[in-house]
Design a protein around this ligand. Sequence first.
Ligand SMILES: C[S@@+](CC[C@H](N)C(=O)[O-])C[C@H]1O[C@@H](n2cnc3c(N)ncnc32)[C@H](O)[C@@H]1O
Length: 208
Amino acid sequence: MDKRASDKTRARYQRIAPVYDLMESLPEQRFKHWRRRLWSLAEGPRVLEVGVGTGKNMPFYPEEIEVTAVDLTPGMLERAGKKAKELNLDVDLRLGDVQELDFPDASFDSVVATFVFCSVADAQLGLGELQRVVKPGGKVLMLEHVRSKRPLLGVLMDLANPLVVRVMGANINRRTVDSVRESGLSIVNVEDIGMGDIFKLIVARRPS
Ligand SMILES: C[S@@+](CC[C@H](N)C(=O)[O-])C[C@H]1O[C@@H](n2cnc3c(N)ncnc32)[C@H](O)[C@@H]1O
């Protein structure tokens, strides 16, 4: 694992943490509907959320599940802790790296990631960990933005990527659906949910 790359990601999100919710307030008006959809598909009782950020998914956690949530960045996790308190939720929040999860194999019924794999330094390593910690037959649910397959837009996304990474900490030209397939998870459904073919709801399962 490339520790230096993860340190860079952590430093970027640590810097962004105080303004993250403000920065995202406009797109969040759309994202919140997608979050609600995603969480309606989660299967419990044990659910892991990776890259929990400031806890934007928390209002949508179904009542009957137990959530463990991990993030790489202390400043983001601290805000998630405050959000859990405000919402009176009992969430097991932990500092951790999705590329090297501190859980035994097959620990969770579902694993959720929303807008995370655009910033994980080695997405393939992280997806391999999701497949390891979810139970055989368990669900992996993701909201992600990916590189468009439209030729001109795809090239524009490649050109803009270095600047976007620097400012926002996120890559906009990842081929995350292909990466999920390569991780050994079985894709159940991929749905284009916004901006043409860019925003996706991905449903996958670990083969039984
Ligand atoms: C764009 S934010 C998304 C936060 C939240 N999931 C949401 O939907 O608002 C990406 C989050 O992923 C976290 N992250 C990036 N790389 C990570 C890694 N290797 N392990 C765990 N979390 C990571 C960042 O610290 C940040 O909080």
